[in-house]
Design a protein around this ligand. Structure first.
Ligand code: PRX
Length: 653
């Protein structure tokens, strides 16, 4: 990324403002902005005071040691994460529900903190019996079943480093990651449920492990009951292993800087990057942000983060943050449209969920399906909504606020990354005036800035490169086995003390941050550097549109011509008149320069398995190139459809 142009012209203006709903602030954990001032005055003291909320077996000697780009938080401190997530809640809250789990076929389980503690201890003992000890790596390839957080916490109890691989990944992806991590044990299931079908997890593992000799034992949770292959001496059923294990297990005392997990992100070069997170700072970061951003009242809230635990959102905000805070969460195994498109809303009604945290891609699907699905259910228990994963188009924000939140629930748009470990730019729901589409302000103690090409901070309403100028406790410590790549990727463009996020952003006159998507997606049209996201948002602003992806195509006249792929709401019908209307709509919203040269209507857009729009593939299609790496694509069939459409698209203007 060293030579890349980082400038962006920011064009879209969004002027709507939503104040914290009446009544919310009065009960909120944060009711005034002194937290920002206090954290700013002494950010180390702020984080130290948050760290005091956790249970340490030995206090830290220093809060922060920063030798850019290398960092240590709470050095000398010792703790065990599973003790913080489980044992310490048993004194007063053993019977509180940790997870309401619902299987896709409909089974329901209420798992208390006492239950979870017992299951974690038993499985930790079982792993120990398999030879797992502090520092060993354990792969986890599972769906959203209760044994997944159990396995993660069991590793944490022993000081083993887990590496969860999203259950939708292929055998090849699992193999690469197991080789890179040199995992000793792998935990999986016979299969998982997805839209009524069985996903063959164990079969994938059998193929993956053909080339990953470090894995000596495979533990299999029986979930679907489907037939599976079996390697004697290597494979064991989870239920057999835990049956005879005691209900208690001595936790390993960990150093604050000991590794907790490796989580792989795809990266642009194809070689998976193993992002390493550690123990003390990570837990302080995720517990604090979870508590204050979601305004957690553990005695009354039912919190639902609807991400998959296979992504960082699930690690930080389904497992570690919520459990450290003694929260009751909802955990759901399956698809949002099984058996019908109102599954989530029926679950919110059933569990009286108070907080929902999901991604723009899910919100846009719900918009596409129509408001009749949420309307069928009583969603009045909700009091707070959150979003993460991509910039949220203002219109999708408004839809979420109106049809899910009933105009009563603040929407916290939370910006962060696998690498940052915790949310860094976000509203605080009791005090922040919200602007649809803006992540608003850095979390207390966090310093973000927007740089131009030369590393100079840009003024208001100018696009540039989002950077972080001060360390935060949950930041990743390195890329597993590749320190050079870590420095090169994140700490070289503007020197070793400035973290490069790779995202574009602008600030408005109030100092609010507006994320503009990945810098790699910026287009150069007739001398202007345009963010694809702003044009997409202008399209989604049109009442007929549910979702849009914008890319560029090489063009002799303008340099790059704008091509938009657009998905309409289920009730809408597309024709030439609508396409003309959409082009005009963009011109009106942000200017003629951004008017798409071509618009292609499509049923769906290519997404990564975590739900992000894959513009890179659409760029290849638009430019008639052979497609690049498609291994992380979730819905491969849609690309064929789009190629056919692109070939027969009407002449562009
Ligand atoms: O581009 C930003 C986008 O997602 C990227 C991080 O992706 P990942 O590591 O998979 O983690 C996703 C969950 C934290 C960022 O670089 N992104 C994430 N949240 C937002 C966002 N873009 C805009 N607004 C957000 N709220």
């Amino acid at each position: 990324m060293a030579d890349e142009n980082l400038d962006i012209d920011a064009l879209l203006e969004e002027n709507r403002v939503v104040d914290p709903p009446e009544g919310f602030t009065a009960n909120a954990l944060i009711q005034d902005d002194s937290v920002y001032r206090d954290a700013d005055a002494d950010f180390e003291a702020f984080w130290a005071s948050q760290a005091q909320r956790l249970t340490w077996s030995r206090p830290w000697e220093s809060v922060l040691e920063w030798t850019p780009p290398w960092v240590k938080w709470f050095a000398g401190g010792r703790l065990n994460i599973s003790v913080n997530c489980l044992d310490r809640h048993l004194v007063a809250n053993a019977d509180r529900i940790a997870y309401y789990w619902e299987g896709e076929p409909g089974e329901q389980r209420a798992i208390t903190y006492q239950d979870l503690y017992r299951d974690v201890c038993r499985f930790a003992n079982a792993l120990r019996a398999l030879g797992v000890s502090k520092g060993d790596r354990v792969g986890i390839y599972m769906g959203m079943v209760p044994e997944l957080p159990v396995a993660m916490l069991a590793c944490a109890r022993l000081g083993a480093v887990h590496s969860v691989i999203f259950g939708g990944f292929s055998a090849d992806a699992v193999r690469d990651r197991m080789i890179d991590a040199e995992a000793k044990v792998l935990v999986t299931q016979d299969g998982g449920w997805r839209r009524g079908a069985q996903v063959p997890l164990k079969d994938n593992i059998d193929r993956a492990l053909e080339g990953a000799p470090s894995v000596k034992s495979v533990v299999v949770v029986r979930r679907t009951g489907q037939d599976v292959g079996w390697v004697e001496g290597r494979d064991a059923w989870y239920h057999d292993l835990v049956a005879a294990q005691p209900d208690a297990c001595d936790p390993e005392e960990m150093d604050a800087e000991d590794p907790l997990y490796i989580l792989y992100t795809s990266g642009t070069t194809g070689k998976p990057k193993g992002i390493l997170h550690t123990t003390g700072g990570y837990l302080v970061g995720v517990a604090t942000t979870h508590r204050l951003i979601f305004d957690i009242h553990p005695e009354s809230d039912v919190y639902w983060c609807a991400a998959d635990i296979g992504w960082v959102t699930g690690h930080s905000y389904i497992v570690y943050g919520p459990l450290a805070n003694g929260t009751t969460s909802v955990l759901y195994e399956g698809a949002p449209d099984f058996p019908d498109k109102d599954r989530w809303w029926s679950m919110i009604e059933r569990y009286r969920a108070t907080i929902l945290y999901t991604a723009p891609t899910a919100i846009r699907s719900f918009m596409k399906w129509g408001t009749e699905y949420p309307a069928k259910h009583d969603l009045s228990s909700l009091r707070l909504l959150g979003t993460v994963g991509e910039p949220i188009n203002p219109e999708a924000w408004m839809w979420y606020w109106e049809f899910i939140g009933g105009e009563l629930c603040p929407v916290v748009d939370t910006w962060w990354q696998t690498e940052t470990g915790m949310i860094l730019i976000t509203p605080l729901p009791g005090i922040t005036r919200l602007k649809p589409g803006s992540g608003t302000k850095p979390f207390p103690g966090v310093v973000a800035d927007i740089f131009d090409e030369n590393g100079k901070s840009v003024g208001p309403n100018t696009g540039g490169s989002l950077v972080l100028k001060r360390p935060w406790p949950a930041m990743s410590r390195t890329i597993w086995g590749d320190r050079d790549r870590y420095v090169q990727q994140y700490f070289s463009r503007f020197g070793p003390s400035v973290y490069l996020t790779g995202d574009g952003a602008k600030r408005d006159d109030d100092g609010y941050f507006w994320l503009l998507g990945r810098i790699d997606d910026v287009m150069n049209v007739a001398g202007h550097r345009l963010s694809t996201f702003e044009i997409e948002s202008a399209l989604v602003d049109h009442p007929a549109v549910a979702e849009a992806a914008v890319v560029s195509r090489a063009d002799e006249t303008v340099g790059e011509a704008i091509v938009a792929y657009v998905t309409l709401k289920a009730s809408e019908h597309g024709d030439e008149a609508l396409i003309a209307d959409l082009r005009e709509h963009v011109a009106e919203k942000i200017g003629k320069i951004a008017r798409p040269h071509g618009i292609i209507l499509t049923d769906d857009l290519p997404k990564t398995r975590s739900g992000k729009i894959m513009r890179r593939l659409l760029r290849d299609v638009a430019n008639g190139r052979t497609l690049g790496d498609v291994t992380t694509l979730a819905n491969a069939d849609v690309v064929d459809q789009i190629r056919t459409l692109a070939a027969s698209a009407p002449a562009e203007e």
